[in-house]
Design a protein around this ligand. Sequence first.
Ligand SMILES: [Zn+2]
Length: 327
Amino acid sequence: MKEHILGIDLGGTKVLAAVLDARGNIVVRARAKTRAWREDDEVYATIAGAGRRALEAAGIEASDLGAVGVAAAGPIDFDTGYIIEGANLRFKNFPLGPRLAEDFGCPAVVENDVNAGAYGEFKAGAARGARDVLVMFIGTGIGGGLILNGELYRGFSKAAGEIGHIIVKAGGPRCGCGNRGCLEAVASRTAMTRDIRKAIKRGYRGPVSRLLAKQDQLSGKDLKSAYDAGDELVTKIVHRAAKSAGLGIGSLLNIFGPEMVVLGGGVIEAFGDDFVNRVEKVGRDIAFDINSKDAKITRAELGDDAGVIGAAMLAREATNVKGKKQN
Ligand SMILES: [Zn+2]
C-alpha cells in the first residue's frame, strides 16, 4: 500500500518537508534553508533534498510513496504543477510538479501556499467537518482560501481567493500588488510595522520605539509585548488592523455565507482571542444577520503545519481521483 504522502511547504527562506501517514498525521519533518537568489536548479535541489531526508528519517523508500504535495507562494497552475511566478523565489514557469513526480516516481501536485493552508485547516484543523469555509491568515501578508461545498475553490481563473487584496480603504496605503488600500496594505504585520516606523519618525516615543531602536523588524510577539506594555500607538494600530480585517470578513460573510470562518497566521497567534474578538465584532456588525448568526468564527489550529498538511491532503485526493478515472 502506497499510503504515505510527502508534503512540502516552500517558504521564501526555508523548506519544510513532512511525511504523512494514511490518516494525515505528520510522521516526521525535515527542514532546509532555501537561497532564493540562486539558480532554479539549485533551489530545486534543496527542495528535493529536504524531501529525500524526510523519507529517510521516516524509513520510507520513494517507491513506497503515494504522492507528493507542495505548497508554494505565488500564482500556481494546479492542473499542470507549474509555478507561474514565484512570489519569494525566482521561479518563473517552473515545472516543479513534473520534476518532483519524475524524481520521486509518483504523482505530484503543487498548490498556492495559503490555499493549501486553508485546505489543511478544513481537512485536519479548526474547520474539520464543515462544508463552506473561509480561511484568513494574517501575518507578514494576508492570504487565505475558500472552501465551497467541500472543495477548494480556485475559480475559472485558477487564482481565486485573494482575500488579502480586498480593498478596505479607498486611496489608502500602496499594496505590494500595486493597488491602494488592500487589506494586506492596512492590516498585515508589515503594514502595522510601516505605520509604527512612520509615527516614530514623526517623533512618537513609547515602548515600541525602544524595541525598534534595537532591531529592524517587529515580530508578532514584539507587537504583542508593546501592546501589553500599553503602548498607545501600537494599541491604536492593532485595533485599526483588527477593524479592517473585520470589514473584510463581514463582506465575505455576506458574499459566501460560510458555515465557518477560520483566522490564523502570526498576528492571530500572537494576539489570540483579543484580536479575533475584535475582528468578529466588526464582521458580524456589517454582515446581514442571516449570513452571520449561524457562522462560527474561530482560530486556526495547525499553525505552521497547515500548508504542508493541506498540500499532502490535496495530493492524496488528486491521485485518488486519477486512480479512479483510470479504472
Ligand atoms: Zn493588494
